[in-house]
Design a protein around this ligand. Structure first.
Ligand SMILES: Cc1cc2nc3c(=O)[nH]c(=O)nc-3n(C[C@H](O)[C@H](O)[C@H](O)COP(=O)(O)OP(=O)(O)OC[C@H]3O[C@@H](n4cnc5c(N)ncnc54)[C@H](O)[C@@H]3O)c2cc1C
Length: 341
């Protein structure tokens, strides 16, 4: 049986494993303690909230089919997304009719379901720090353990992290390695601070979320988690506030309390409700490499395929969206399957 090592268990890595279920022996190496990557959920008291991707909206039939196969607990966020501008004028519109999916237990459930359905082996809390090619591919973790040999290696961390893995790669073809490193290291990313603000009262509005369309506001996105079935108990509210990329980069290293105070003040102004400047609890998630601004050149990445080295992720598909990352992972898995089985 073909042995495939996948670095990173976000939806792209899990998509590779899902496409190869029953056809290859797949091991996923994940630096954190959970799967799903930026499709991430946290829980506190009785609240469930999505701290990275807020929902999946798929225009790719194959991805929609996979999600429907994993539909137990899937919910649609029915209320629309409205817009606002730098002057805090709120307007209807922008929302198309497509479903906005998450799970009752949060979008992180998508990763767990993909893993279960794939039957792959997962090593969580395992940060890969080196890759080496000999009779096959080997990966090394931070404690000096080496795993291998694998017939195929797929790298799925965000491009800057993949570039640093390539930096320490050991394999014969130095020129390809250098070119890949240079190219992958140049994919630009936006940084986002995601802030959860909890209130012991309901906030009733006609929309689920607001998006800043002129990119001139310090808030980029504001969403009411209570619009997601099963997420927030009655009588409470939780707002997810994604600060704009420039603001997020500038305030990235500030204390949580400072970030929250600024975010809550902006929210109170935007929604014209000054009780919102004092949440009764909060949470801050820092996404340094939140969203790729463009994709890598597929032609350059393809040069590594002769070495049985492949790449998957939103930065490979060129669009920072869950369904694009998952679709790209499925593509890579299907390509390996075609070549190897
Ligand atoms: C704040 C925010 C809001 C978003 N909103 C939406 C949205 O509403 N809708 C939408 O469709 N998309 C949204 N996105 C984008 C979406 O989350 C991503 O495009 C998608 O989840 C990317 O999946 P991926 O598998 O390519 O990468 P990731 O999810 O980043 O997965 C990569 C994995 O690799 C692991 N890893 C990294 N380095 C190593 C290493 N050295 N060793 C082992 N493991 C490693 C990471 O821990 C991670 O689990 C949002 C993203 C953010 C951050």
């Amino acid at each position: 049986m073909t042995h495939v090592a996948v670095v990173g268990a976000g939806v792209a890595g899990l998509g590779v494993a899902y496409a190869l279920r029953d056809e290859a022996s797949v091991t996923l190496f994940e630096k954190s303690g959970r799967v799903g990557g930026r499709a991430a959920t946290r829980e506190r008291t009785d609240c469930v909230y999505d701290t990275g991707a807020n929902y999946v909206k798929s225009d790719d039939d194959r991805v929609s089919r996979v999600i429907r196969e994993l539909s137990n607990g899937l919910v649609d966020v029915e209320k629309p997304v409205w817009t606002f501008d730098a002057d805090e004028n709120i307007s209807e519109g922008r929302d198309e009719n497509a479903a906005k999916w998450t799970y009752r237990s949060g979008i992180g459930t998508l990763g767990e379901k993909l893993l279960d359905a794939s039957g792959a082996t997962i090593r969580t809390d395992t940060r890969v720090v080196g890759i080496r090619k000999d009779d096959g591919w080997y990966v090394e973790d931070g404690d000096g353990n080496e795993y291998g040999s694998c017939d195929e290696l797929v790298l799925t961390p965000p491009a800057p992290l993949t570039a640093s893995l390539l930096e320490f790669a050991e394999w014969d073809d130095d020129e390809t390695a250098r070119e890949l490193r240079r190219h992958v290291g140049h994919v630009p990313y936006r940084t986002i601070l995601s802030v959860a603000l909890h209130y012991p009262f309901e906030i009733d509005r006609s929309y689920y979320a607001l998006v800043n369309t002129d990119k001139e506001h310090e808030i980029g996105w504001l969403a009411r988690e209570s619009c997601k079935p099963g997420h927030i108990p009655d009588g409470e509210s939780l707002l997810i506030v994604q600060m704009a990329p420039n603001w997020s980069a500038e305030h990235y290293d500030r204390e949580d309390s400072e970030i929250v105070a600024a975010a809550a003040d902006r929210v109170a102004d935007l929604l014209s409700d000054h009780s919102l400047s004092a949440p009764n609890w909060f949470d801050v998630v820092r996404w340094r490499d939140a969203l790729p601004d463009s994709g890598a050149d597929p032609g350059v990445l393809r040069r590594a395929e002769d070495e049985n080295l492949r790449f998957a992720g939103d930065w490979v598909s060129g669009d920072g969206r869950v369904h694009r990352a998952l679709g790209n992972g499925l593509d890579v898995g299907e390509r390996i399957s075609k070549l190897r089985t």
